[in-house]
Design a protein around this ligand. Structure first.
Ligand code: GLV
Length: 322
């Protein structure tokens, strides 16, 4: 029997590409450029499976434009807000994702951004590289400490839980969280406090970290009004999705120091990042790399393969989302 034809939208770690090649008739994106809508449509039309990544917008429109031969979109990533999973389901296309395996590394990077923002690391780095450092002095680049402070988690899924553990046990922070599905019992099991109202959580946090998925419900969840709830001494970290924050309002809040700083891994219109945001001294900005370790990215690829293997063996893929 002919091997299923699989198109992979971006380069994957070598070990993953090798395993895919051993099992499937693979089309790789040798140049690793972002695929155009036309190229994605061709991939869906001509392959049994598409391995997508988060830069690939797979809208109802795109799916409607082609007569997909693809029966499965095995997405490389935990968040799949780039895919209209309902439209895919209507067309009989299974969508899978890669949860769990990137949790610890994403939590690590969240803590790194909390520290970077609190301790003004990006500002110091820029000063040094610009040749503007005049030497050690007692009042230079004073930041704020994490220990003993209140961390407010918006959302309490796997990654937020891993952040909570690090923040409590590693940094002695008090952690509280808001999530629609969080109960007091679950919060107590994690040694944190549940806050029923998002505005109350924002208003009583020294640090706020976002951990909700990107979707229609969370679009601009943190808007100008919610940013105004965050105390002026507090820092905001986003390793979730750029769409969760009204980026224009965030730039305003940071410019006028209505919040102290931000650590950002994600942006509203990636890969575009406004120059005004990058110019701000109180922003540490990194290019969507929270899961970017060899370990996480390899494990994500292996999960993509598990999903494909199960699907083509006629079984339910372990990480089906639609
Ligand atoms: C990265 O942002 C992912 O969703 O895996």
């Amino acid at each position: 029997m002919a091997r299923p034809k699989v198109t992979v939208s971006r380069r994957l770690p070598a070990a993953v590409e090798q395993q895919l090649q051993e099992r499937y008739d693979i089309t790789l994106n040798a140049g690793d450029d972002r695929l155009s809508a036309d190229a994605l449509a061709v991939a869906l039309d001509s392959s049994d499976a598409l391995v997508s990544t988060l830069g690939d917008p797979i809208s109802a429109d795109l799916l409607g434009r082609c007569r997909p031969r693809a029966q499965i979109i095995a997405h490389f990533g935990v968040g799949y807000d780039n895919i209209d999973v309902t439209a895919a389901r209507t067309m009989g296309i299974t969508v899978t994702n890669t949860p769990g395996v990137l949790t610890e590394d994403t939590a690590d990077l969240t803590i790194a951004l909390l520290l970077a923002s609190a301790r003004r690391m990006s500002e110091g780095d820029r000063e040094l590289r610009a040749g503007n450092w005049t030497g050690w002095r007692p009042t230079h680049l004073l930041g704020t400490r994490l220990s003993g402070k209140r961390l407010g988690l918006v959302g309490f899924g796997r990654i937020a839980q891993a952040v909570a553990r690090r923040a409590r046990l590693g940094f002695g922070m008090q952690v509280h969280a808001w999530s629609r599905s969080l109960t007091d019992d679950v919060a107590a099991q994690h040694g944190i406090q549940r806050i029923a109202d998002l505005d109350d959580l924002l208003g009583s946090s020294d640090f706020v970290s976002l951990h909700v998925p990107g979707n229609a419900d969370t679009l601009h969840l943190i808007d100008a009004a919610r940013l105004a709830r965050i105390p002026a001494h507090a820092h905001l970290v986003n390793t979730a999705r750029g769409s969760v924050v009204d980026q224009e309002a965030l730039i305003d809040a940071l410019t006028y120091r209505r919040i102290a700083g931000a650590g950002l891994d994600v942006f509203e219109h990636e890969p575009a990042v406004p120059a005004e945001l990058l110019a701000l001294p109180n922003v540490c900005a990194i290019p969507h790399m929270a899961s970017a370790t060899v370990e996480s990215r390899t494990a994500m690829g292996m999960l993509v393969i598990e999903n494909l293997d199960a699907f083509f063996a006629g079984q339910q893929p372990p990480n089906r989302v639609n």
